[in-house]
Design a protein around this ligand. Structure first.
Ligand SMILES: C[S@@+](CC[C@H](N)C(=O)[O-])C[C@H]1O[C@@H](n2cnc3c(N)ncnc32)[C@H](O)[C@@H]1O
Length: 253
């Protein structure tokens, strides 16, 4: 069970690279860069991904294919975007393999939950601004609705995955539940890929931002958003490598 990282093939781990080189079969997701598959020259490769509700194969079917191939003695790499255990249903796949008596190695990956803000110059923790980071899914909405109202004034960075399409609804909900309209907010899309896009602003503005369609994105809420180059807060001695073309990030107006 291998994490492929957030997009840029250079963010794959060495161990992931080794596993791919040894694989007989690679089952991969939608968000995995095609060039990563070239690292598995011996393997047959199958797309089993899902994007926004469209599934190539149902979860149970993926588990069955994995188990069947491994039972036949094949070295199977289940290649998942980011980290396999961060909203990737990796846990279910490990359990399915374990139940079938198949040994599994879990190779962690660089999760978009951290890589997306980092690549946009947003530190998820920062002394005196954010004492922690909370990673949540926005789908279903219950996941954030049950937690965030209590955190309007917490010194936290909140990273919401799978919330891009619901950004307006999320912003309205939070403002209705005590979050300041001026709370710093960011959108990071296609992080670490050539289609990277970053927007920074406030919760009040979040719903009206036009975003490029296609690549997945995260929402980032918290004071550290303002540390990103060009986002408005100049801290003496802090430089996140802004300047021209920083990290391939295309900014909205
Ligand atoms: C099903 S989750 C899988 C997360 C993955 N396991 C990880 O650790 O990054 C898919 C969500 O991850 C986020 N995501 C994945 N890759 C991204 C990227 N390159 N830039 C921004 N967000 C990304 C988006 O929120 C997307 O909806």
């Amino acid at each position: 069970l291998v994490g492929a990282g957030p997009g840029d093939p250079e963010l794959l781990t060495l161990r992931a690279q080794r596993a791919l080189a040894e694989a007989d079969l690679v089952l991969y997701d939608a968000l995995v860069d095609a060039s990563v598959l070239d690292l598995a020259p011996r393997a047959r490769r199958f797309y089993v991904g899902k994007r926004a509700g469209r599934h190539a194969l149902a979860q149970r079917e993926i588990e069955r294919v994995m188990v069947r191939a491994a039972s036949r003695g094949l070295v199977v790499v289940r290649l998942k975007a980011g980290d396999p255990f961060v909203f990737g249903r990796g846990g279910e796949e490990v359990l399915a393999a374990r139940e079938a008596g198949i040994p599994v190695e879990v190779i962690p990956g660089v999760s978009s939950a951290f890589a997306a803000p980092a690549s946009a110059g947003i530190p998820v923790t920062h002394r005196e601004l954010a004492r922690g980071v909370l990673v949540l899914t926005a789908s279903p909405s219950d996941a954030y609705r049950s937690v965030l109202p209590a955190l309007a004034h917490a010194e936290l960075t909140v990273v919401l995955l799978m919330g891009l399409a619901a950004r307006g609804e999320i912003a309205s909900f939070l403002i209705e539940h005590g979050w300041a309209p001026s709370h710093p907010a960011a959108i990071v899309i296609g992080a670490t890929t050539p289609r990277a896009f970053r927007w920074t602003g406030t919760l009040a503005e979040l719903g009206a931002v036009d975003v490029p369609s296609g690549p997945p994105g995260v929402l980032v809420l918290g004071a550290t958003v303002r540390l990103a180059a060009g986002a408005g807060l100049a801290l003496p001695g802090v430089d996140f490598g802004g300047g021209e073309g920083a990290a391939n990030i295309g900014e909205s107006a």
